[in-house]
Design a protein around this ligand. Structure first.
Ligand code: ATP
Length: 220
């Protein structure tokens, strides 16, 4: 599902953030990526959805070559990916239902279908009673559940999450982990999560990669 061959990523010409990156992630795997602060974890995730261009190497996501990707090809790549951030990144001026509708509208679904799907997902993340609320009227844990629903809305093949529980208390973190496990187990979505702390007794199979000073290691 994701294959990197000798990839290099950087923000400026003088220093590579990711060097000689080689790894493969199979369909339906659940992957944790760890490593020290500043080692390049977020940068690697950003390259998966074309936010950071590859300097060298080959990166294939769901069969699509990410090198130099732009325009329609980039839009197609993003159809296959749902993204979750540590700080939720919901649009505060829009209700949570409208937030969940965003990826559907971007992908050309009608208003009615988008709303129907958002209603289903609000039910899935147990927030139906808050559909008309705005993000800043919700707790952090609730906002992250909205973000998970938004990431799932357009039926992606891959979910990418960058420290999805970093701002959450233990209870809310567990709810988010359960949603991600469900996406992986029940929907067969490949899940790639950057986290400093792999949860104990996770309960499903997973693999771990680690990044140290820009070098990607397979831990398990
Ligand atoms: N937009 C940017 N412009 C220039 N350099 C950047 C930018 N974003 C990150 N960097 C640098 O790239 C390196 C890797 O950053 P990255 O955010 O990928 O690390 P990380 O492993 O995700 O760190 P953390 O665990 O602290 O979130 C760091 O040295 C950082 O300063």
């Amino acid at each position: 599902m994701i294959r990197a061959k000798n990839i290099y990523l950087s923000y400026d010409e003088n220093k590579y953030v990711i060097k000689k990156g080689n790894f493969a992630i199979k369909e339906k795997e659940f992957i944790f990526i760890g490593g020290t602060s500043g080692s390049g974890k977020s940068t690697l995730l950003k390259s998966f959805y074309g936010e950071i261009p590859l300097k060298h190497g080959e990166l294939r996501i769901a069969g699509q070559n990410v090198f130099g990707i732009k325009g329609k090809a980039l839009r197609n790549l993003r159809k296959d990916i749902g993204i979750i951030f540590q700080d939720y990144k919901l649009i505060n001026e829009w209700t949570i239902e409208e937030n969940i509708m965003i990826p559907l509208k971007i992908n050309g679904y009608s208003n009615d279908i988008s709303r129907e799907q958002a209603t289903k997902l609000l039910n899935h993340v147990k927030l139906s009673h808050r559909a008309g609320y705005y993000p800043n009227e919700l707790s952090g844990g609730e906002q992250q559940r909205v973000a998970v629903a938004r990431a799932l809305a357009h039926n992606p093949k891959i979910i990418i999450a960058d420290e999805p529980t970093g701002n959450l208390d233990d209870y809310s973190a567990e709810v988010v982990w359960n949603l991600l496990k469900g996406a992986n187990e029940q929907l067969g979505i490949t899940v790639v999560v950057v986290t400093h702390r792999v949860p104990k007794n996770f309960g499903i199979r997973f693999r771990q990669l680690s990044i140290e000073d820009g070098i990607i290691y397979e831990v398990s």
